[in-house]
Write a protein that binds this ligand. Sequence first.
Ligand SMILES: Cc1cc2nc3c(=O)[nH]c(=O)nc-3n(C[C@H](O)[C@H](O)[C@H](O)COP(=O)(O)O)c2cc1C
Length: 183
Amino acid sequence: MNALELLLSRRSVSRLTTPVPAGDELQNILAAGMRAPDHGALRPWHFIVMQGEGIDKFSKLLEQAAINGEMGKDVAEKAKNAPYRAPMIITVIAKVVEHVKVPEWEQVVAAGCSVHAMQMAAVAQGFGGIWRSGSWTEDSTVRAGLGCEEHDKIVGFLYLGTPELKSPMKMPSPDLTDFVSYF
Ligand SMILES: Cc1cc2nc3c(=O)[nH]c(=O)nc-3n(C[C@H](O)[C@H](O)[C@H](O)COP(=O)(O)O)c2cc1C
């Protein structure tokens, strides 16, 4: 797929199934994440790939977070089921460090760029995905379970797999008037 075509037509896909990216496909996705723009070459990110038992573990972790937070049975059930919306999840954590030239926000944005790059690399290889976040990114049980350190930020859970529906609806071209000016 042509790069411009990919960028102009890409859609997120929430209904995902197997097969998942494997072998070189997965390596390409991770390598694309590693090529995100990165002030100071800090590589301020960490990727956690979950599939199979990893998804089961993540499901238990979210359920435990709901229990620890006394969020009630319904929330715990929803939390437990959430990771099964895709057969693969890559959690992206911004590993924020103190730096004289690169403030925290730049490091978090760089980690965010890595999520998008990985999503696009998945689409380019025939897969689909959706970047999800939610309150779990700030939850202490989830953060501890994923090995977060004090200054780390979970910037997203990239759900990946094969789209269940072959052609997600195309978005109409946006009117740029309200979003662009020329100086
Ligand atoms: C940082 C970030 C967090 C997001 N979190 C969620 C989320 O938790 N749940 C969700 O349905 N979409 C979330 N989205 C939006 C989807 O990834 C997606 O962009 C949206 O559904 C629009 O679809 P599109 O990408 O095809 O335009 C998030 C996007 C970003 C950039």
